[in-house]
Every structure is written in C-alpha cells, then in structure tokens.
Design a protein around this ligand. Sequence first.
Ligand SMILES: C[S@@+](CC[C@H](N)C(=O)[O-])C[C@H]1O[C@@H](n2cnc3c(N)ncnc32)[C@H](O)[C@@H]1O
Length: 194
Amino acid sequence: MNYTRNWTKKVRQNFGPLKDRLPRPLRLLEIGVWEGRSALWMLDNLGPAEYIGIDPWDIAFLDQKKFPPTEEGRAKGRAIEELARANLAPLANARLIKGSSQIVLVDPQYADIFRPESFGFVYIDGMHTYAAVMADACNVWPLVQVGGVVVWDDCITRCNKEGRNIIQKAADNFMLGKPHEVLFRGAQFGVMKQ
Ligand SMILES: C[S@@+](CC[C@H](N)C(=O)[O-])C[C@H]1O[C@@H](n2cnc3c(N)ncnc32)[C@H](O)[C@@H]1O
C-alpha cells in the first residue's frame, strides 16, 4: 500500500470498539476517500460485505495552496486518485464513485447502490462547509439502518469563515429530534440510529 497522509488514529480509536455492534452483513459508505487509507483500515478491521467510497478527486475541492490550478497542482491531485484506486483495486468488495457526494447521493443512476436503510456504517469525511455537511447528513440518514452508525470527522476546528467547529454544529442541528444514541463526541462525532 502507498500513502502520503495518515488520518487513521481517530478511526482506529473510535471505530474499532464498534465492530461487534454493527449490523451484519455490513454495507459501509465513506464520503471523502483521499488515497484510501481509512477505507483500507475499515475494510481490514470492520469486515464489511461491501464498501462504497465517494470522492470527486478534483483539485477544485482541495486546498488551493497545496493543489494550485497549475499543471503541477493537477498532477498532484491525479496522483491522489491513482493511489486510492491502486490501494483498493485488490478488494473485490470495494467500489469507488468519482463525484461530489452532494450530487452522487441523489443521482438516480446510483439508486440501486443507495437504497433506503441499507448501510450499517457511514463515515462522513468530505467537504467541510456547513451546507455540505448538512446536505450529506440529509442524504445519508435515510440510507442508514436502525442500529447503524454515522460518524462525522473534523468536528473540532479552528475558526474559519463560517466559525468554529462548524461540522459539529451542522451535525447537532441535523440530529435534533432524531432518535439516536451518541457513541462519541470530540474530534469525531458518532451516533447510532435508533
Ligand atoms: C480528509 S480527506 C479524506 C481522508 C480519508 N477519509 C482518510 O481518512 O484517509 C477529504 C477528502 O474529501 C474529498 N471531498 C471534498 N469535497 C468532497 C465532496 N463534495 N464529496 C465527496 N468528497 C469530497 C476530498 O477530495 C478529499 O479526498
């Protein structure tokens, strides 16, 4: 496997203890794949029957300082997608969908994949604006089985244009009035649907 970044510490700490509580057979959805490191960890350690990962792999969605709109920046962006595809290629139960989750999840061409109440675990680690987090939450919640888990990453953040901890705020607002158990709350926010 080849990687450039390691964001799996929180994944290992928070997801590992959930393994025996997840619905089986387990369908797993990840929004924001990058080069597939968290995907590989989940595939190795949570035992899903199926993994679906969504990512646009487009520098327009990445930090412009690190991925400028130049030939070099675009090549760096393409390399991330190639790593993800190479890392996940050996796994027959892993499928990658290239696109923005706000579009892919409501695109009728994928209706067979995104069936109501068919996922036991959803990891939301894609676009980090309030509106995108809210749209992802609205689109994935109906896809999650009762007893299934949704996790948001990067819930504690410094102040950006939208304020502090914007993902946590969006997730909290989304969860108002929905029956759920809070599994963990901190850098990641995890809930089980009830
Ligand atoms: C922090 S990285 C994901 C890291 C990965 N989950 C891991 O832990 O190894 C964020 C990813 O979200 C993707 N992303 C950005 N906007 C997105 C969107 N609208 N839909 C889906 N993914 C998006 C980026 O392309 C990037 O690969």
